[in-house]
Design a protein around this ligand. Sequence first.
Ligand code: SF4
Ligand code: SF4
Length: 168
Amino acid sequence: MSEDFAIEEDDYNPQNRVDEFKKLEPEFWKHKALKDMNAYEWEALCDGCGKCCLNKLEIKGKIKFTNAYCRFLDCKSCLCKIYKHRHSAVADCRDIDLEAVREKPRWLPKTCAYWLLDNGYDLPPWHPLITGQAASVIQAGMSLSGRDLINETKVEDYEAHIVDWQDL
Ligand code: SF4
Ligand code: SF4
């Protein structure tokens, strides 16, 4: 792992991103299919929960989440510390596109806005697009913030870290 990537953490305020949502068409997700969304709309759907950055195992055709987080996740803010360079630093870091959303077995948490909308559900009431607040996902307890987590660099046996949280 290059040290060039290890310390970069943008001075980034998640609320600034949510404030930009006012420029989007109100409730665009209710009448626009995921495949028809533009890049801004698509990006706005991410609630910032961080749960897709947990390590996972595939066992007997099912995805098991662990409580081991990617070394580049800031698990307080649930933001990636190296977002711009993530693909250079982490070979299996995935972009969330329609293919990823529809992949079987499901590897995105069941609260993930992309998965919810693609499966006919609405956004949950705590989603920042509904509340106008970036922190609402954390306040609702739906992010990784405050959970019993371990940095992947400290894990010896991933199977010992499988978790069965209801929102995964
Ligand atoms: S699980 Fe979905 S909503 Fe949560 S951070 Fe990942 S892409 Fe965004
Ligand atoms: S590198 Fe990828 S998996 Fe790791 S924290 Fe960043 S977005 Fe998440």
